[in-house]
Design a protein around this ligand. Sequence first.
Ligand code: BV8
Length: 242
Amino acid sequence: MHQDVGQGCIVVLTGAGISKESGIDTFRDEDGLWSKFDLEEVATIEAWHRDKRKVLDFYNQGLTWFQGANIRPNAAHEALARLEREWPGEVLVVTQNIDLLHEGAGSKNVLHMHGQAGKIRCMVCETIIDSDMRLDVETLCPHCGARGQLRPHVVWFGEMPLRMDEIYAALDRCRLFMSVGTSGMVYPAAGFVQHVRQRVPRAHTVELNLEPSDGHSLFQERIYGPATEVVPAYIEKVLTGG
Ligand code: BV8
């Protein structure tokens, strides 16, 4: 099915599943983050206004997970970086993940729609700062001096994901839409496949996941297995026309 992708634009949506084999927990698997934390208490704008310390403690703890010495890009991240290097057309990785493993594998065209670790934002002056400092309710903004108003540059539930216009423009011109390692339960990301099916009839859609996602029936092609196995194999086929 991917033969007729030509040299068109390829959009790859990734979720926590692509980083699982690098040692980062997913959200909704059995041992996932939401089995240990209540997302309503640590990942919503209401939680921030209700109990900043709890939200910041969750974020600071998350930082230590990402900074673990053994957290490195895996073969799936590397395969997507190879796709970007070797594919004659545009390749855009739209990730829901806040880790930087796509960049670590060499991908350059990466869009973090839910924000990213290593950046913080001031709720008063809106400045975005490169920093993986631990945050607390007394931290001063280095730009405007506001106290306790620095938050992770992460999109919480109830907040608009980032650069949505760019994402929809890429979906509208894509010839291949790949979804990798996501449960398809969080919108608007979970709705991208529907958008492509309705608005870009010539595009091919494929899901590569450990198990069927919530939106699995919407994909024309579905391949299941660990990302480090199924993604490199699929990329090889796309690049060789196999
Ligand atoms: C918005 C940041 C609008 C935090 C995250 C009712 C119905 C529909 C929608 C809603 C609703 N009520 C509310 C909503 C909207 C809400 C939403 O969708 N809620 C869901 C839960 C129902 N969405 C939002 O709030 C979004 N904003 O809608 O704004 C708006 C409009 C106007 C004005 C203002 C706002 C914002 C959503 C972003 C929230 N932030 N993260 C952080 O990361 O710390 S979401 C969080 O979930 C992560 O970003 C994560 O990436 C994302 C999705 O999860 P997945 O990545 O898919 O991870 P998950 O664990 O679920 O699945 C892992 C998958 O991998 C599994 O399928 C598993 O099988 C697979 N896997 C595991 N191992 C492997 C593997 N695959 C391959 N190989 C392996 N080895």
